[in-house]
Each structure stands twice: as C-alpha cells, then as structure tokens.
Unconditional design. Structure first.
Length: 318
C-alpha cells in the first residue's frame, strides 16, 4: 500500500494462538464421572457396607472406563484430525466428535484457517549495493492436512524459512528505486515463488506483505534532499508555465483592446473604479479623444518636417 516512508509500521507483532484447543476434555470428564458415580453407588448398594468389595469394584470400573473414555476427541469447526494407527496413516477426521483407540491411535489436529506468520527482519543488499533490512508477514492456509503432517516435519518453521530465502533472492535482484516503488509486484513475485514450493506440502499462500524497509540514516537524508529538490523543480516549472500562459493571455487581451476603442475605454473605467474612494489617491482624467488629436497633430508635424528639405532643394536648383 506516495510519500517516502521508510518505516511503515511499528515493530509490534501480536503472537497468534498456536496449537489445538482441547474441546473434548470437559466431555471426557462428564462421560467418565457420571457412569463411575452410578457404578460406585450400585456397588455400594449391592455389596452392602463392606468397604473393600465396593471400593475395589468402583476403582476397577473407574480405571477401565477412563481408558475407554480417554479416546474421545472433539475437533473444532476449523480443524482436521490426522489419525495414525501404530504409526501408519489411518485417515483424516473431523470436525466434531471422533474416537481413537487409546494407546494404539494417535491424532494430530491441523488448523485449516488462514494463518499469519511473521517474517523476521532480513538483511539484504540490493542490486545497486544498498544495504537494507526488510520484514513482513505471510498469510497461508493448509489445504491438505494429511500432506502437511506426513511430508513435512514442522510446516510453520519450513514455510517461514523458505519465505525468508525467497525474500532475500527477489530483493537482491532489484535496485533500491525498484524496491521502493514496486512493492506490489515484489510481494506477488515472492508469493508465487513460495507457492510453487509449498503446494507440494499441502499448503497454499494467501498473500505476502512487506511491512518495514529500513536503510542507513545517511541514505535516508540523501533521499530526503533528492525528494525536496524534485519538488522545488516541479514548483519552478509550474510557475514558469503559469507566467507563460498569463503573458499569452495578456497579449491577446491587449490585441483585442487595440482593435476596439470601446474595450480600451471600458478597461480604463474599470481601473479607475478599482482605485477606490481613498482620500490619498489623486486621479487625473485625461480624455482619450484629446490624446488621439495630439497624436495626429504630432504625426502631421513630423510629416511636414520631412517634406521641407525636399521642397527647399528644388527651389534652389531652379
């Protein structure tokens, strides 16, 4: 997601919730407690007040029933349970209640929601040898619970390491200007590289976002001066273009007023009206017709002066 901002967000990352939420523990407790209490009461009523027999029956039933009940599991709506029997894959179950054979089966719950994984700050060097530190966040989801559990030891750790390597490879082939101006393309390129690899692990990349881009302080100052000079350049060009346009418009207006005496007089009246009724202003009105007469007289006098030498020379020669 412009102005140059080298730190786009604070380095505060909320830790997401990891692991399976045990929803089956309360259910197992209820399933064990109620039958055990009924059997203990029946044993007491059947065997009478003799404590050893009733106690032995109650304890034995409690242990056997607990082993049976301990296989009850509850998978949340967003979870899938990968069941292994004696180490071999048995199936994927859930969501809801599922049962595994105690001491024989093993179940691992996989969160199928979109997960967020922080990419720690990575030190990279761009193509034009500028050092930078970049961190981001990866959004992904597990599309195949069986593959994610069986083919990869820890898919969270594996995808984090691969995303870091892809980020360094992509940024290392770009210049600093490309890094700052083409964030969206860089994120899409990193996501495509990671997606091509992790789809074999049963996962899918939703998106990758670059959060912070940190560079040396001297480089930040130089970039700030460059941006300031660029803004001054644009301001000077804009002012020059405005002055040029104003001059063109003034020339066109002067040409129109030169062709129309009424337009000139109207402009003169507007200028006089703009002076305002201020006692410090002294306005002297000079008729335009008188100015034209003086101008015509001056032209006639000049023409006569030019003809006199020619006439005198003709008289002398005759």
């Amino acid at each position: 997601m412009s102005q140059i901002q080298l730190s786009l967000s604070p380095k505060v990352f909320a830790e997401p919730q990891h692991g399976h939420t045990s929803l089956g523990r309360p259910l197992r407790g209820i399933l064990w407690l109620i039958p055990t209490a009924i059997v203990a009461l029946g044993a007491y009523l059947f065997f009478g007040p003799e404590p050893p027999l009733a106690l032995i029956v109650g304890i034995g039933f409690a242990l056997v029933w607990w082993i049976i009940v301990s296989g009850v599991r509850v998978a949340a709506q967003w979870e899938k349970g990968v069941v292994l029997r004696l180490g071999r894959f048995l199936g994927v179950r859930g969501p809801g209640i599922l049962y595994i054979v105690p001491f024989i089966d093993y179940v691992r719950f996989v969160d199928m929601r979109v997960l967020a994984l922080n990419i720690p700050s990575q030190k990279v060097i761009t193509k034009d040898n500028v050092p930078a530190q970049i961190d981001g966040v990866l959004f992904f989801l597990v599309s195949n619970a069986e593959t994610a559990v069986i083919k990869i030891q820890d898919y969270r750790f594996a995808i984090a390491q691969y995303a870091q390597a892809a980020l360094r490879d992509v940024v290392g082939g770009l210049s600093l200007d490309e890094l700052l101006s083409e964030r969206q393309q860089i994120q899409q390129q990193i996501g495509k590289i990671v997606e091509e690899r992790i789809k074999e692990w049963g996962m899918h990349v939703d998106s990758i976002r670059m959060l912070d881009i940190e560079m040396p302080e001297d480089l930040k100052r130089m970039m700030s001066r460059q941006a300031s000079a660029e803004r001054e350049k644009r301001a000077t060009i804009t002012k020059a273009e405005g002055d040029k346009l104003a001059a063109v418009n003034l020339a066109a207006a002067a040409e129109i007023m030169a062709r129309s005496m009424g337009a000139m007089q109207l402009r003169t009246l507007q200028t006089i009206d703009g002076l305002g009724p201020n006692p410090s202003n002294t306005v002297v009105l000079f008729p335009a017709e008188l100015m034209e007469a003086v101008k015509m007289f001056a032209q006639a006098y000049t023409a006569a002066k030019r003809q006199e030498p020619a006439g005198g020379a003709t008289g002398a020669s005759s």
